[in-house]
Design a protein around this ligand. Structure first.
Ligand SMILES: Cc1cc2nc3c(=O)[nH]c(=O)nc-3n(C[C@H](O)[C@H](O)[C@H](O)COP(=O)(O)OP(=O)(O)OC[C@H]3O[C@@H](n4cnc5c(N)ncnc54)[C@H](O)[C@@H]3O)c2cc1C
Length: 392
């Protein structure tokens, strides 16, 4: 069997490596002209995502400069400590969630895939595909084509594969949040070893951590009742806007923003709560292409990795792609939709009006103690894929 994998982000190379481990050949087709590792922001690779990668012998945490981030501490804008939440669960082998620069994670996965003999082709933007006999022919915008037995769309939240597979598939939905972030330095600020801090500011939400080197990773979430255009985000003077938004909150926030090194990135936060069609004929979707999650739960990359490993296992063990794709969907749909919904809920709690803010500041310390223990999120973080077990 030969698989055509569309997209070389996080899910694409993981899919290719998992297929190789299952004895299935694949090629990764990436729209970018060259390996273009987006180095803008950072993300959480959760213990369950690291565990999925380990199932196929990939250990990214150390190689992608990942650093353990087991604790999250919550603050009100006025500086009241609201409580603490575990960022995942320590797995029996000691694995904990790590924070990595998104581009570096992608780069390490790509390099690992290439070192395992997987072919990448760049400048291959999927335009269309057609099914022929039992297989599929991908058509790229440069006029070239490629033939395979199956095609796997790992082409992210704005997936072209999804659009062709199901023209009625939902558009990514705006969550009401704009995400902004960057890197900074504030002389004298101590490292926040193992801890990420989150501040529920009066007008916006702020998160930061300080590495041993003094480098600060930070982001802000701003509520927006209507969906801004990308052009308006690009035109915004973010330093000025953020400084105004956080003027009445902990002064440290504006010190971090002022100490910014490099550009401030801004993006619309979208998700895809459900997709009716996950596969059809020889084509299936994985990762953000089928169930994009907002970043609040820190699970997007991990979900793409889990999908890839499960789909490869199903293709390995079931007699034909149709039954493999059906088994894959039945193992993945409920879990991924639950995580997208959970992440959306976390996002809506990030900004609040004055009354809700008072209530939140009073209740959160109690709620975190009662409901946010390590075990309460074990369903998300301890999910394990037994690669040796049969998917049949
Ligand atoms: C600011 C931000 C913060 C985030 N924070 C977190 C976090 O804390 N934790 C977490 O787990 N996740 C986070 N995410 C989400 C995470 O990056 C994605 O969920 C994850 O990368 C999904 O992997 P994927 O392979 O499905 O898609 P992607 O990694 O987006 O890869 C898609 C690839 O497909 C390529 N492509 C697109 N169209 C085509 C086409 N037509 N033909 C060929 N190739 C194409 C793209 O160029 C890209 O390389 C965050 C995302 C953002 C934007």
């Amino acid at each position: 069997m030969k698989a055509l994998i569309i997209g070389g982000g996080v899910g694409g190379p993981t899919m290719a490596m998992a297929l190789r481990q299952a004895g299935i050949e694949s090629v990764v087709y990436e729209a970018y002209e060259t390996p273009s590792d987006y180095t803008g922001l950072f993300l959480n690779t959760a213990s369950n995502g690291l565990d999925a990668l380990r199932a196929i012998g990939v250990d990214v945490a150390g190689r992608a400069d990942g650093f353990p981030m087991p604790r999250m501490v919550m603050w009100s804008g006025s500086g009241k400590r609201l409580g603490e939440v575990a960022n995942g669960v320590r797995l029996p082998d000691g694995t904990v969630s790590v924070c990595v620069k998104r581009g570096l994670l992608q780069k390490v996965l790509r390099e690992e895939a290439v070192s395992r003999g997987i072919r990448y082709e760049y400048g291959k933007r999927l335009e269309s595909y057609r099914t022929v006999g039992g297989g599929v022919i991908a058509e790229f915008s440069d006029g070239s084509t490629a033939a395979g037995d199956v095609l796997i769309g790992a082409d992210g939240i704005h997936s072209r594969t999804r659009r062709i597979l199901d023209p009625a598939s939902p558009e990514p939905s705006f969550t009401g949040l704009v995400g902004v972030g960057g890197y900074s330095r504030v002389p004298g600020l101590a490292p926040t070893t193992g801890t990420q801090h989150f501040v529920f500011g009066r007008k916006a939400f702020f998160g930061y951590l300080v590495r041993e080197s003094g480098e600060i990773y930070w982001f802000a979430n701003i509520h927006s009742a209507t969906e801004p255009t990308r052009e308006s985000l690009a035109a915004e003077d973010w330093k000025r806007r953020l400084t105004e938004l956080f003027a009445d909150d902990l002064p440290l926030i504006n010190q971090i923003i002022a100490g910014g090194a490099g550009p401030i990135g801004a993006h619309l936060v979208h998700d895809i709560p459900t997709s009716a069609v996950w596969h059809r004929g020889p084509v299936a979707l994985i990762g953000d292409a089928v169930h994009a999650t907002s970043p609040s739960a820190g699970q997007g990359a991990s979900m793409a990795c889990e999908d890839a490993v499960v789909l490869a296992q199903c293709l390995r063990d079931l007699p034909d792609p149709a039954s493999a794709f059906a088994a894959y969907e039945s193992r993945r749909r409920e879990r991924t939709e639950k995580i997208v919904a959970y992440s959306r809920k976390l996002g809506t709690g990030k900004t609040a009006g004055p009354v809700a803010r008072v209530f939140r500041d009073l209740m959160m310390p109690v709620a975190l103690k009662v409901f946010a223990g390590e075990r309460s999120h074990a369903w998300m973080y301890t999910h394990h894929i037994d690669w040796e077990a049969s998917a049949a």
